[in-house]
Write a protein that binds this ligand. Sequence first.
Ligand code: DC
Length: 234
Amino acid sequence: MNKANQDLVIAIDGHSSGGKSTYAKAIAKELGITYVDSGAMYRAVTLYAMENNLIRDGHIDEPALVGQLDQIRIKIKFNPEEVRYETWMNGRNIENEIRTVAVSNYVSPVSKIREVREAMVSLQRDMARDRGVVMDGRDIGTVVFPDADIKIYLTAKPEIRAQRRFDELMEKGMEASYDQVHGNIMDRDHQDSTRDISPLKKAEDAIELDNSSMTLEQQMAWFKELLEKKSEEG
Ligand code: DC
């Protein structure tokens, strides 16, 4: 790998709530490059559909949503005061709204729509144009950046992932029960892995890491070793 750290494209894929974003953010900070949460983009489209009455009685009006895709402007901006990346849609900060259980319940069916995926993939590639980036999602190493410099496939046991998501929601003061969160995670695992277009799967050249019993510090130590090994390979 003959690239400077700030030019690296790093793909982190895996199931819901496996700690991808925490890990990706820590790597981005370590290397001084941008972090992009690709799931937030699918969540933004889902929120748009919900707010514009395009999801009624659990049914998504796909033709209408596809017809309005070019009206959805999504940006991911770093907020230095909050020291976090935030998702904006059509000039509005939607970072908190896209994390609700209601959005989580509809995001998998919305992200199955071919045209939605095409629009998001194009936006994701634009975000990495001429600069390094750490992006997390489901198809980053397989579809968005098949030539990524480093691909990590992050896994963890479903019960551990559900507990992490539940703790995160409680910390934010959001309403949810553990069973609800666990059910949503199992359901999304299934939908994300079995959909026709760009299902979640490990890229052939991705390195798998099970972080079920690892701290973030241990995961970072593992990453630094991997980076060193890659650099030595040239
Ligand atoms: O990472 P997340 O849980 O916030 O992602 C929300 C949903 O978006 C996830 O259930 C599937 C979809 N998604 C996707 O299809 N492709 C991606 N690259 C990222 C997310």
